[in-house]
Every structure is written in structure tokens, then in C-alpha cells.
Design a protein around this ligand. Structure first.
Ligand SMILES: [Zn+2]
Ligand SMILES: [Zn+2]
Length: 140
């Protein structure tokens, strides 16, 4: 992706810029992501928190993920757009919603996770590496 990577919510109250390449990217089919996105999966890419600047006031919803980690999902209180998710299992990363990008076509999904709760109508590229739950962590 060319940098800075920029995006925001539908109404423009939340804007972000990131100066680093994504560390990982993909689709999550867990039930929480389905509810959060209103669709069969949530598409996101993770960037180092240190390289991410968010302007505007997000509202956060906190829940326990299927993995047992705590997830803080940040959305715009005005338009409701999903923007960012912070997972206690990856404290130095923030996951940004692929659809929040100013140019969402630059998103390159690398995997699909939590396929155990995939919906039969949610078609995902069968060539992507797929994991029934959490993927193996890079440094775990
Ligand atoms: Zn908004
Ligand atoms: Zn998920």
C-alpha cells in the first residue's frame, strides 16, 4: 500500500492515517465480527499502533472474543461505521476495517479466520489460507 494509508468513517468525523505497512490482513468470520459488520465477515488489516494516528472521537464496544481475548471495537458514534478493533492478544497492533480505507481496493486479504462459524452464504476466495479459529501467531 502507498503511504500514508488513510481512511475514516462514512460521515467524516473519524479520520486516520498510518505510516507503516500492514503486518497482517484478512477476513474474520467469528460471530462477533459478523454482528459488528452486519455481514458474513469483517475484513481488516493490522498495523502497528505506533504508526497510526486517529483523529475524532471513537466510541468503543468491548467484548470477549471467541479466542478468549478482549476486543475493543471502535466505531463512529454519529454514523456507526466500524473503524478499528484492538485485541488484547495483539497489544501493539490495531486492526483497521478494510472498508474504511479511502481506497479500499488496495486491501489484500492474506487469510480467513474463524471459518468454524462461517455462514453458508458467505463466499470467500478458496485459495486463501483458512483457519477454523485463531491463526498461528507470528511470534507466539
Ligand atoms: Zn462517522
Ligand atoms: Zn472476528
Amino acid at each position: 500500500m502507498s503511504k500514508p494509508i488513510s481512511g475514516g468513517c462514512a460521515c467524516g468525523a473519524i479520520r486516520y492515517e498510518c505510516s507503516a505497512e500492514p503486518m497482517m490482513s484478512g477476513h474474520c468470520q467469528c460471530r462477533d465480527c459478523q454482528r459488528h459488520s452486519g455481514a458474513g465477515h469483517f475484513s481488516a488489516f493490522a498495523v502497528p499502533k505506533a504508526a497510526l494516528k486517529i483523529a475524532g472521537q471513537l466510541k468503543f464496544y468491548t467484548s470477549k472474543a471467541d479466542s478468549g481475548n478482549i476486543v475493543h471495537r471502535g466505531f463512529c458514534p454519529t454514523c456507526g461505521s466500524a473503524v478499528v478493533a484492538n485485541n488484547s492478544g495483539m497489544p501493539e497492533l490495531s486492526a483497521l476495517a478494510a472498508a474504511s480505507l479511502d481506497d479500499p481496493s488496495v486491501f489484500k486479504p492474506g487469510m480467513v479466520v474463524f471459518t468454524a462459524s462461517a455462514q453458508p452464504w458467505d463466499y470467500i476466495d478458496p485459495k486463501l489460507p483458512a483457519f477454523p479459529g485463531m491463526p498461528p501467531m507470528p511470534n507466539a
